[in-house]
Design a protein around this ligand. Structure first.
Ligand SMILES: *Cc1c(COP(=O)(O)O)cnc(C)c1O
Length: 404
């Protein structure tokens, strides 16, 4: 007999580090927008593993590519060439219009790699004195969990008791171009920013912000590094969120949906000589660019385009956003979103967002709270109109209740 849910939860609690507090559901199967728990209940996944499963759970074409490649060759290390890497480079460069690619695994590793690369560029190309490079970042950022990255977080939980941290970062408010202008010095090598702050609660900057940011970075020879790990690959209804702003980053970071949720694959993309400063032996990863990762990522990118998922994210995102705005409930303070990256911010008096997420679970919807009062909604990009409408009914039912 397979272990009961109670046993699984108890075993997890006993042996696992308690660095997460999951909603109390144990999932065992997924297909498209749906996941099933061990008791056979079906849920609409409105988190998509924080946008990693944008192509839908267990997409058959990505699965086939993964299985086929796993039978042939999985890992060579970069000590040797493999026959998938060149094709991955070519296809991701064509898709995103980038010139150079650095393959990594997790998103945080892509961020770390970008930090290393722009510093090196700063010293070797811009002429910043050694050890003096500065990188500007935004308050309430989320760029991952490595030591380098949490050192410039402004969230007490994220940073607390993990120091000492690396110097060289300046923090400015998000959405404030004047603050960027003031923070830039001759030693500034990069501005690292999310196009939309995801973990902060889907915070969309004011119109024109990124146009100004782009101008300031260009004028001051500062690399604009856009962390599109969550916003990229169709999530906001365009391939990259920068396209909403009519700008191009110098360095773009992708991860999450780059593998459709099958495997950790991330990449640093650059349009100029930033990645060109890396020489043999100066940076690397045992798994980065492995043939299994490349085959999976190639299939994940292909289905995103071939199956119209980016356009669908725009269409269904607009429908979802309007539907949420139409819900008349005293609990709602604000609804916001772009494409299928959506959030409902509750009034503080309405109670904690987690209670609403737990109630949504009872209605067959899995969503995740962020920052006490915000429910984040990010279903797979394959969601249909009928599924959006059904989800909206469930949200309307729950949001008109009071869990304070
Ligand atoms: C998830 C995320 C990361 C970190 O990715 P991991 O794969 O968890 O390391 C970095 N930046 C943004 C914007 C993210 O959403």
């Amino acid at each position: 007999m397979s272990p009961s849910v109670v046993d699984l939860l108890a075993t997890e609690a006993r042996f696992g580090a308690h660095n997460y507090q999951p909603i109390g559901v144990v999932l065992t199967r997924g297909e498209g927008v749906w996941v099933w728990d061990t008791e056979g209940n079906r849920y609409l996944d409105c988190l998509s593993a924080y946008s990693a499963v944008s192509q839908g759970h267990c997409h058959p074409k990505i699965l086939a590519a993964m299985v086929e490649q796993a039978h042939r060759l999985t890992l060579t290390s970069r000590a040797f060439h493999n026959d998938q890497l060149a094709l991955f480079y070519e296809e991701i460069a064509a898709l995103t219009g980038s010139h150079k690619v650095l393959p990594m695994n997790s998103g945080a590793e892509a961020v770390e790699s970008a930090i290393k690369s722009v510093r090196k560029w700063g010293y070797e190309v811009k002429g910043v004195p050694d050890g003096q490079a500065e990188i500007i970042v935004c308050a309430d950022n989320f760029h991952g969990r490595t030591l380098g990255v949490v050192g410039f977080s402004t969230d007490a939980e994220t940073r607390g008791h993990f120091g000492p941290f690396a110097p060289g970062f300046r923090i400015i408010p998000f959405g404030d171009a004047a603050a960027l202008e003031q923070a830039i010095t001759p030693n500034t090598v990069a501005f690292l920013v999310e196009p939309i702050q995801g973990e902060a609660g889907v915070i969309i900057p004011p119109a024109g912000y990124f146009a100004s940011v782009r101008e300031l970075c260009t004028a001051n020879n500062v690399m604009l590094v856009l962390d599109e790990i969550q916003t990229g690959l169709g999530r906001t209804g365009k391939l990259l969120a920068e396209q909403h702003e009519g700008i191009e980053a110098d360095v773009t970071l992708l991860g999450k949906a780059l593998s459709g949720g099958f495997y950790p694959v991330s990449a640093v993309l650059s349009n100029n000589d930033v990645l060109g400063t890396l020489r043999p032996g100066q940076h690397g990863s045992t798994f980065g660019g492995n043939p299994l990762a490349c085959a999976v990522a190639r299939a994940a990118m292909r289905v995103l385009v071939e199956e119209g998922m980016i356009e669908n994210a725009a269409t269904q995102g607009a429908r979802f956003l309007q539907g949420l705005k139409d819900i008349r409930a005293n609990t709602i303070r604000e609804v916001r979103g772009r494409g299928l990256m959506l959030a409902v911010e509750l009034h503080p008096e309405a109670g904690r967002a987690r209670r609403y997420c737990e109630a949504l679970q009872g209605k067959g919807i899995l969503a995740k709270d962020t920052h006490e009062h915000t429910i984040r909604i990010a279903p797979p990009l394959v969601i249909t109109s009928d599924q959006v409408d059904w989800a909206l009914e469930q949200f309307a039912t729950i949001l008109t209740q009071d869990f304070s």
